[in-house]
Design a protein around this ligand. Structure first.
Ligand SMILES: [Zn+2]
Length: 309
């Protein structure tokens, strides 16, 4: 019972009222951020779909729209779509990173619900408030009443289809960027999205069980898994090294006690004798030579018969 209550409190704390606006397509948003999805390709498909619809239109009532849409939905050069895709990825990361950074204090302590928009996290050219305010002054949402009584606002793509408003892929990318960021900032993801602290990874992911406070860096599930695997491997290697040093130390201590005939079998080569004693660990003579002082140290401190020299 108390558990339920705690999680509800936490839920309310982390997700205050978020009802007034629409739907962030989480997988699309994460895809653009992580580079697994390309806006340029999505845009090209969208234009192709609209163009096909206009070309195949047989309804006389839509004839005017269709003739304008055929003009409007023209393909651009492939390079322009590539540039548009790149623009969305790069700038989305830039703005999202600023937003995520605002939740950290100087000591690396993270409180996601303290994330905010302030110029201190950006240069004037990369200020998200300025970018969104400028975009919003010319793009207005469509508001729709839902059966629940909620009013949701949506920003649609290229609302006006006219002959004279040819739109370049870069312009489309800029609009998409603004829409993605607006929906992001109106969704719970604004608090639950985070970026893997492993600098070589930097994967963006959503925290399934968000906490109010993070005292140490957090990692994506892939990095967490590989860290666990690495730790297990380190332990195994440490264990193997321990066992091989032990075996080498026993051989080291035994060498002076061997009969002359046994020694002759090893051509009186002590290291050859130690090497055969640790062969089962896949260890070479070079390893024995390199670790001789360590073997001696273990041999001196071990419980096996001490070496008579
Ligand atoms: Zn990672």
């Amino acid at each position: 019972m108390s558990n339920v209550k705690t999680s509800q409190t936490q839920q309310q704390f982390i997700y205050p009222d978020m009802k007034f606006m629409g739907w962030l397509d989480t997988s699309q948003f994460l895809g653009y951020l992580n580079g697994t999805r390309n806006y340029g390709q999505d845009l090209k498909l969208w234009i192709r779909g609209n163009r096909m619809m206009a070309l195949e239109n047989t309804n006389p009532a839509n004839a005017t729209w269709a003739s304008m849409a055929i003009e409007h939905f023209q393909f651009a050069a492939d390079g322009d779509y590539a540039e548009a895709g790149n623009c969305v990825k790069t700038r989305l990361r830039m703005y999202v990173d600023q937003w995520l950074a605002s939740g950290f204090d100087a000591n690396g302590l993270e409180e996601p619900q303290k994330r905010h928009l302030l110029p201190e996290h950006s240069t004037p050219n990369s200020d998200l408030t300025t970018f969104l305010n400028r975009w919003l002054s010319t793009h207005h949402p469509q508001a729709t009443v839902f059966a629940t009584g909620e009013i949701r606002q949506q920003y649609s793509r290229r609302t006006e289809v006219t002959r004279d408003n040819a739109v370049s892929p870069i312009q489309d990318a800029n609009d998409e960027l603004a829409r993605e960021l607006i929906y992001y900032l109106q969704s719970p993801l604004k608090w639950t999205l985070t970026r893997c602290a492993n600098a070589k990874c930097g994967h963006y992911y959503v925290r399934r069980r968000p906490r109010a406070l993070y005292k140490s860096p957090t990692y994506c599930s892939a990095c967490r898994r590989s860290a666990t695997a690495r730790l297990a491997m380190d332990r195994k290697r440490a264990g193997e090294r321990h066992a091989s040093l032990d075996a080498a130390a026993i051989a080291f201590n035994r060498w002076p006690t061997l009969s002359d005939s046994t020694r002759r079998r090893y051509r009186s080569d002590e290291r050859a004798y130690i090497t055969q004693a640790v062969r089962r660990f896949g260890i070479s003579r070079t390893w024995v030579s390199r670790n001789l002082s360590e073997i001696e140290r273990v041999a001196g401190g071990s419980n096996h018969a001490t070496r008579k020299s």
